[in-house]
Design a protein around this ligand. Structure first.
Ligand code: DX5
Ligand code: ZN
Length: 216
C-alpha cells in the first residue's frame, strides 16, 4: 500500500521542511492538492509552490499533483515544468475539457496521468478511460478541504474499478483520497485500493512515522 501524505495539511510556513518530514516518516509519495477557487470552493497553491517542493526534496521523491481546477488542459504544462511525476485531472470536467487529449498529453510529456472521480460522480464515467490512465483517484470526501469524514459508500466504486482492472488485464493504480487514517485503510485495501492519500491523519499526527506505519 502506497501512502501519500497531502501537503494541504502541512504547516505552510515551512513547506519544504514539511515535505522532507513526510518522506523521512516513510511517505511513498507526496500528494499536492491544487485548487483554483472555482472547481472547488477553496484556493490552495499552484505550480510555483509545486516547483518549490520539488527543489526541497531529494531527487527521486515522487510528487503526485491532484488538479482540482477548471482548466487542466491549459495549466498542466506548468506542472510538468514544476517537476511533478503524476498529474490527476477530474472526470467532472468532461465536455468542457478534452480529457482524452489532456491525459495523452500528460503522458507524452513523460509523466504519469490520473483521472479523479468525485463522490457524486458515477464511476461508470471513468470506464472509457481505463486504458489511458496510470491511476484512478476515487474521492472519499467532497473535494476542497482537508479534515472531512470518510464516505464509505465510495468503496463500491473501488470494487468496480478493481474488477474492471482484473477483467481487462490492466495495472492502473487505484488511489483513494479524503478522510483516511489507520481506521479506514483496511476497508480501502479490502476494496482494492493501492494508494491512500492522507492529510490530517499524517501531518497532524503526534508521530507521523507511526501513523504511516499503521496505515501500511
Ligand atoms: C480534498 C483533498 C484531499 C485532502 C485530504 O480536497 O483532495 O487530498 O486534503 O486530506 P484529509 O486526509 O485531511 O481528508
Ligand atoms: Zn487530493
Amino acid at each position: 500500500m502506497l501512502i501519500a501524505p497531502s501537503m494541504l495539511a502541512c504547516d505552510f510556513r515551512r513547506i519544504g521542511e514539511e515535505a522532507r518530514r513526510a518522506l523521512d516518516a516513510g511517505a511513498d509519495w507526496l500528494h499536492l492538492d491544487v485548487m483554483d477557487g472555482s472547481f472547488v470552493d477553496n484556493i490552495s497553491f499552484g505550480p510555483d509552490i509545486c516547483g518549490a517542493i520539488r527543489k526541497s526534496v531529494p531527487e527521486g521523491a515522487y510528487l503526485d499533483a491532484h488538479l482540482m481546477i477548471d482548466a487542466p488542459d491549459h495549466y498542466y504544462p506548468r506542472f510538468v515544468k514544476a517537476g511533478v511525476n503524476m498529474i490527476s485531472i477530474h472526470l467532472e470536467r468532461e465536455g468542457a475539457v478534452d480529457l482524452h487529449a489532456t491525459l495523452a498529453a500528460i503522458r507524452a510529456a513523460g509523466l504519469h496521468c490520473g483521472l479523479a472521480v468525485n463522490p457524486a460522480t458515477p464511476v461508470e464515467g471513468a470506464l472509457p478511460y481505463l486504458e489511458e490512465v496510470d491511476m484512478v483517484l476515487v474521492m472519499s470526501v467532497v473535494p476542497g478541504f482537508g479534515g472531512q469524514s470518510f464516505m464509505a459508500e465510495v468503496l463500491d466504486k473501488v470494487r468496480v474499478l478493481a474488477e474492471e482492472r482484473a477483467k481487462r488485464g490492466l495495472s492502473f493504480i487505484i488511489q483513494m483520497d479524503g478522510g483516511i487514517g489507520p481506521a479506514q485503510a483496511p476497508l480501502c485495501r479490502e476494496a482494492g485500493a493501492d494508494c491512500l492519500v492522507a492529510g490530517s491523519s499524517t501531518f497532524k499526527a503526534p508521530d507521523m512515522a507511526a501513523a504511516i506505519a499503521a496505515m501500511k
